[in-house]
Design a protein around this ligand. Structure first.
Ligand code: SF4
Ligand code: FES
Length: 216
């Protein structure tokens, strides 16, 4: 089988604006979008994109695939391709396009830093976490920092979506000195949290389940 892969290309050293380049490639039913992207790269080694784990763990292959943010290594070509046999790839929106499908993620990590994304040790706590508390943190702890939520959602409260996920993970951690107060600092309301959970469930490739926590 063959498909036409349309990829947004942009080289700041040579181009004044992005353009679309098409590749006609073979594909098989078991192949992911990342697999066909590699085929395009073998034809055209100047094509730039990020990838590392090929297992939906590192978060680096996030991009717009058929007009929706997804992970290229997690997305099967056969699930998206219609009768027309076309597949479209663009960089994540909301970030500067550095080259082709590679975007500048510095603002993503800067936004994350704003929430102090680590446990601030609670004085006197012995460091042990009971299984119930650990289960609450499990959902948000599976975030792979792919940037898809920041690219596809509005900030909830005063922080970016991915930073809020990290903040919620720490807010339910009994070892953290800020604890539930983190949500207040982030400017999140109870209603805002419910809306955030619903929107994140639709867009997050890890289908992160945000725990229901009380927002004061
Ligand atoms: S919450 Fe989901 S979409 Fe957002 S960065 Fe984490 S894994 Fe990616
Ligand atoms: S290559 Fe690591 S998440 Fe896709």
């Amino acid at each position: 089988m063959h498909l036409t892969l349309s990829v947004s290309r942009f080289d700041p050293k040579a181009d004044t604006c992005p353009y679309l380049k098409e590749y006609v490639l073979s594909w098989e039913q078991h192949e992911t979008v990342l697999d066909v992207l590699f085929k395009a790269w073998h034809e055209d080694p100047g094509l730039s994109f990020r990838r590392s784990c090929r297992s939906s763990i590192c978060g680096s292959c996030a991009m717009i695939i058929q007009d929706r943010p997804r992970l290229a290594c997690q997305t099967l070509v056969g699930d998206l391709i219609g009768d027309g046999g076309r597949l479209s790839l663009k960089p994540l929106p909301g970030f500067r396009q550095l080259k082709d499908l590679v975007v500048d993620l510095d603002p993503f990590f800067e936004a994350l830093k704003q929430v102090i994304p680590w446990v601030l040790a609670l004085p006197g706590h012995d460091g042990r976490v009971d299984p119930k508390a650990a289960r609450l943190a499990e959902g948000p702890a599976t975030c792979i920092l792919c940037g898809i939520c920041d690219a596809g959602m509005q900030p909830a409260g005063r922080v970016s979506p991915a930073a809020l996920v990290k903040n919620i993970r720490l807010a339910v951690d009994p070892r953290d000195a800020l604890g539930p107060g983190r949500l207040k600092i982030a400017g999140l309301t109870g209603e805002g949290l419910m809306t955030f959970r619903e929107l994140l469930a639709q867009i997050c490739p890890k289908r992160i389940d945000i725990p229901t926590v009380a927002v004061e």
